[in-house]
Design a protein around this ligand. Structure first.
Ligand SMILES: [Zn+2]
Ligand SMILES: [Zn+2]
Length: 388
């Protein structure tokens, strides 16, 4: 495939961009330096239009093909934000900001899409328009949603969108994808248990909120094990438990708990939201206490459209020879889902080899992935909108 040769030549340059981003990680929407560099590079490539400030700090770079008889617009998306993690890679280009780190490889995604933009702007071997989308705040801020709300899809008239994420454990040079649900919906909940506090040696005069909370934690898991079809994936995790007294001899008046719900199916998500309230409130009632639950929907399920998935896999095979089209879905979440909710498209994994998992302090993006990732982005534009 032609792009691959070009990306072998461009590898030192793209690697330098990647390592510069790695040295200067920024969180959530505060990706000002990264976004400014992305915009500057896209302008230097000769992209036809570079727009900053979409979804607060997102950047959109538009590249017109040699012809436009198709009238089609393909969106290619990368994320730019880092994580609040103290880096432990020991690489010479490690984060210069203590406590911030590119531990999810978004530095690599941004660099690979920049590489594709440079190649596409210099060759323009496609019949239509490419819109390169650099989004902020994937790690919990919903930057993808904000870009959509800011008119990303409508203003640039995007017909299809494609995204990519590196994945440790998959060999470098291999891809993995699946049609349908690829990443989970991530919702969060907060539970407040109210009872009657008092002396720990006189439990009969109290309504013990910690015992109620413990029963609730256990009862919640019956939604997974007893109320849900075992062939369906569901995770409910209670992640924090906090009482209003630090003492060892006080029954607290109130216990607060926080947790997350992960689903791959909208109907199951609705069911869990309803059932969680019943189990939490009912368990508290049975033990003479009161529990209130606040449930909040987060990132939706990332759903790959079938035809686009197999097309994306075919392009991946042309790039590297390897693409698994039946990779299991992950219960992590991804805000590219907001773009896939608007338009058909697909989200693909590119192997990062035998490295620490993403979000680990020793994780690092492997620069050998760059020619594969950039080739896939560019290949999607060329193959999806071929010159007649
Ligand atoms: Zn991440
Ligand atoms: Zn990520």
């Amino acid at each position: 495939m032609p792009p691959k040769n070009r990306f072998a030549e461009l590898l030192p340059e793209i690697t330098a961009w990647r390592r510069d981003f790695h040295e200067h990680p920024e969180l959530l929407f505060d990706v000002h330096r990264t976004a400014a560099r992305v915009a500057e590079l896209c302008r230097s490539f000769g992209c036809d239009e570079v727009t900053e400030g979409i979804g607060r700090t997102g950047v959109v770079a538009m590249i017109r093909g040699r012809t436009n008889s198709s009238g089609r617009v393909i969106g290619l998306r990368a994320d730019m934000d880092a994580l609040p993690i103290k880096e432990q890679t020991g690489v010479p280009y490690a984060s210069k900001t203590p406590g911030k780190m590119h531990a999810c490889g978004h530095d690599g995604h941004t660099a690979m899409l920049l590489g594709a933009a440079k190649y596409l702007a210099e060759t323009r071997n496609f019949d239509g328009t490419v819109v390169c989308i650099f989004q902020p705040a994937e790690e919990g801020g919903g930057g993808g949603r904000e870009m959509v709300q800011d008119g990303l899809i409508k203003h640039w008239k995007i017909d299809e969108v494609y995204g990519m994420h590196n994945m440790p454990g998959i060999p470098v040079g291999q891809f993995a994808i699946r049609p349908g649900a690829m990443m989970a919906a991530a919702d969060q909940f907060e539970i407040v248990v109210t009872g009657k506090g008092g002396h720990a040696a006189k439990p009969h005069d109290c309504i013990d909120t910690t015992v109620v909370a413990a029963h609730i934690i256990v009862a919640i898991q019956t939604i997974v094990s007893r109320n849900t079809d075992p062939m369906q994936q569901l995770v409910i995790s209670v992640c924090t438990v906090e009482t209003d007294s630090p003492a060892h001899n006080v029954i607290p008046q109130e216990v607060k708990m926080k947790g997350t719900v992960r689903t791959l199916d909208g109907k199951l998500q609705d069911f869990v939201e309803k059932r969680l309230a019943e189990v939490v409130e009912g368990t508290a009632l049975a033990l003479g206490a009161r529990a209130d639950i606040h449930y909040q929907r987060g990132y939706p399920v990332t759903v790959n459209s079938e035809e686009n998935t197999y097309f994306a896999a075919e392009v991946a095979r042309q790039v590297s020879g390897h693409c698994d089209t039946n990779t299991p879905p992950l219960m992590g979440a991804e805000d590219f889902s907001f773009m896939l909710n608007e338009r058909p498209g697909a989200y693909i994994f590119v192997g990062n080899g035998d490295t620490a998992m993403v979000h680990h302090p020793a994780y690092n993006f492997d620069d050998q992935v760059i020619p594969f990732g950039s080739s896939w982005y560019a290949g999607m534009a060329e193959a999806r909108m071929p010159i007649a």
